[in-house]
Design a protein around this ligand. Structure first.
Ligand code: ATP
Length: 214
């Protein structure tokens, strides 16, 4: 059985940096699927700008033509703060025997020690780190230590074990962030070719980032 990829994010909005990363990791790691999991109320960052239902709708529209990409809305349905450790515990209970791979950009990985019960994440899943422009893997501190203990360069380990390894993979560098994208939209500029056409249409129709225009 191939590992399942779990890709969480605020996706406020989803862009080609997310999609390309998910696609390259799906192929390189031979994942059975990548599950996009938009957060409801993220605990370790400012609250999203677009409502959760709309962010979910954008993700669904963007992945509709890629059968290996599926959308899991459990964090949006959950009331209150979403902790990744709770989400992974649920997914683990549903797939006790499967390898699970939590997919993170390097910036997200570097913030991991601030996450609730972060060390337990490795009891539940592998952590896959996608290189993002301008970010380097840690060599010191708690993450540097955990990289030494748990790091692997072998995709085989991710298939043969269900959890517990850290794998860093370079992906095509697309210097896009949702924050910059929202700024661009709020300045009245067109996000064409940065987001999928379906996402662009939803942004235009709902004007969900226009409120930031001042
Ligand atoms: P923001 O700019 O608001 O922080 P973001 O673009 O980083 O948003 P998130 O939804 O927070 O988007 O990211 C979800 C996941 O996708 C994180 O693990 C993040 O590191 C990763 N990610 C985001 N943008 C890229 C990108 N351009 N290339 C690779 N990974 C990315």
């Amino acid at each position: 059985m191939q590992p399942i990829g779990l890709f969480g994010g605020t996706f406020d909005p989803l862009h080609y940096g997310h999609l390309r990363t998910a696609f390259e990791l799906w192929q390189a790691l031979k994942l059975s699927e990548v599950r996009f999991m938009p957060t409801g109320s993220p605990p370790h960052r400012e609250q999203p700008h677009a409502p959760a239902q709309l962010r979910l709708e954008m993700v669904k529209a963007a992945v509709a033509d890629q059968p290996a990409f599926v959308v899991d809305d459990r964090e949006v349905r959950r009331t209150g703060v979403s902790y990744s450790v709770d989400t992974l515990t649920e997914v683990r209970a549903e797939y006790p025997q499967r390898s699970l791979c939590l997919l993170l950009g390097m910036d997200a990985f570097l913030g991991l020690p601030n996450w609730h019960r972060w060390r337990e994440l490795l009891d539940l899943a592998h952590i896959i780190v996608a290189h993002r422009p301008g970010w380097r893997a840690p060599t010191m501190g708690p993450l540097g230590e955990v990289m030494v203990d748990r790091g692997t360069g072998s995709v085989r380990d991710l298939h043969e074990q269900r959890a517990g390894r850290i794998y860093v993979h370079a992906v095509t560098q697309l210097e896009i962030s949702s924050t910059e994208l929202r700024q661009l939209i709020s300045q009245g500029r067109d996000p064409r070719y940065i987001v999928p056409e379906e996402v662009r249409r939803i942004i235009r129709e709902t004007r969900c980032y226009a409120a930031e225009q001042r």
